[in-house]
Design a protein around this ligand. Structure first.
Ligand code: GN1
Ligand code: MG
Length: 374
């Protein structure tokens, strides 16, 4: 995280239309891309805020990114208004952007950094590792509902801010470029991992092939359905889906697979001790059941058939992305120690191995749960 001192951060927070005087601005959350801070304000009953520095090396077109978020949050608010309150205010269920004093969705500082602000949702929490089936089911409902409420939004309104984000062919091409260039002389350290990746390249194209055959509708999906992107309330009920930076057109299996990647894994995404990575199948089933409760309203049969492909693809793609960044010298993801990207890649590879072993069982479970709800 770049260093901004408290005075600078307070001044940045005051660029936005906030209520109350700023008490402090402190680092918050565990994202790998943007820098996030919590802004506490003095006024009683006033909300706290989230201040974020958008990583503009990753998100080259910040105005389009912010436009996507505005379109998506407006649509969600419209839908929730129509459905009715459920005892919660709209600001508690959908992210709310706070404008700058000049009426913009972001502030650009003198060094060219882009900043934005959201309301911080009080009394919520997120989990890096899921603990109970109830949490998993709530996560499934939340992402299923997110897709459902966006299902009638015109796909062409949303900018593809990170082109080919989940296109495995492009991701592999980047990995091969990194192998060929080998700028920091690390290829020799990942030969085993590269063999694992290469042995599965063809199979991992299944979703793209089915899409090219016209069997999978292109929908607006979240594209970063890590479980910690759902905020749960104090009773572990899903309250709000967050991190809308990557909301773009894609296939539902991507969101399903990325969520399962983090839910079924009993260990952390970057677990160093590979023997502690195991599959928690009851959590997988709970997420899937919750997902179908919401998604049955729009899913077509071919999409249901594609979900298991997503479960294998997303951890595989994540391994490819971590390996690529490792080979390129760690420029994309924030790393917290030497070889962090390698450790992350190895943990994801271990996960793919386990998922392959349990594939028939997981596929069967998806089919059974789909029958009950669809
Ligand atoms: C990044 O926003 P954050 O840090 O949760 C990444 C995701 C990866 C994730 C892996 C824009 O997400 O695609 O799945 O790390 N976001 C981007 O933990 O690349
Ligand atoms: Mg993200």
């Amino acid at each position: 995280m770049s260093n901004f001192n408290p005075q600078q951060l307070t001044a940045l927070a005051n660029k936005f239309v906030i209520q109350g005087d700023v008490i402090d601005v402190i680092p918050f959350g565990s994202g790998h891309i943007n820098d996030t801070y919590r802004v506490r304000t003095a006024q009683q009953q006033a909300r706290d805020y989230l201040l974020q520095r958008i990583n503009h090396r990753v998100f080259g077109d910040v105005p389009s990114l912010m436009q996507n978020i505005a379109i998506v949050t407006q649509q969600l608010k419209r839908k929730y208004e129509a459905i009715g309150g459920n005892g919660r205010s709209l600001a508690d269920r959908v992210l709310t952007l706070i404008p700058t004093h000049t009426g913009l969705a972001y502030h650009q500082d003198s060094e060219g950094n882009f900043w934005r602000m959201f309301i911080l949702l009080a009394d919520t929490r997120s989990y890096d590792i899921v603990e109970t089936p109830q949490q998993a089911r709530e996560g499934g409902r939340a992402f299923g509902q997110f897709q459902r409420l966006l299902a009638d939004l015109d796909v062409t309104l949303i900018h593809e801010v990170l082109p080919d984000f989940h296109h495995i062919g492009r991701r592999l091409a980047k990995l091969h470029q990194a192998i060929a260039a080998d700028p920091v002389n690390r290829v020799r350290r990942v030969e085993e991992e590269l063999m694992f990746v290469k042995a599965r390249e063809k199979r991992m194209h299944t979703i793209l092939q089915r899409a090219a055959e016209g069997q999978l509708p292109l929908r607006i999906i979240h594209n970063d359905t890590k479980f910690n992107n759902v905020l749960l309330d104090v009773h572990d009920r899903a309250q709000c889906v967050i991190d809308l930076d990557t909301v773009m057109p894609g296939y539902v299996a991507y969101d399903f697979g990325d969520a399962i990647r983090t839910i079924i894994n009993s260990a952390a995404e970057d677990e160093a001790d590979l023997s502690s990575i195991t599959l928690n199948i009851p959590l997988f089933e709970a997420y899937t059941a919750g997902y179908f409760e919401e998604a049955h309203a729009f899913l077509v049969r071919e999409e249901i058939n594609s979900l298991m492909e997503g479960v294998l693809l997303l951890p595989y793609m994540q391994a490819v992305r971590f390996l690529t960044d490792f080979l390129e010298g760690d420029h994309y993801y924030k790393v917290h120690h030497a070889d962090h990207n390698l450790q992350r890649a190895r943990a994801q590879i271990k996960l793919v191995e386990l998922l392959e072993i349990h594939e028939p069982e997981l596929r069967n479970s998806i089919d059974q749960l789909a029958k009950h709800t669809i």
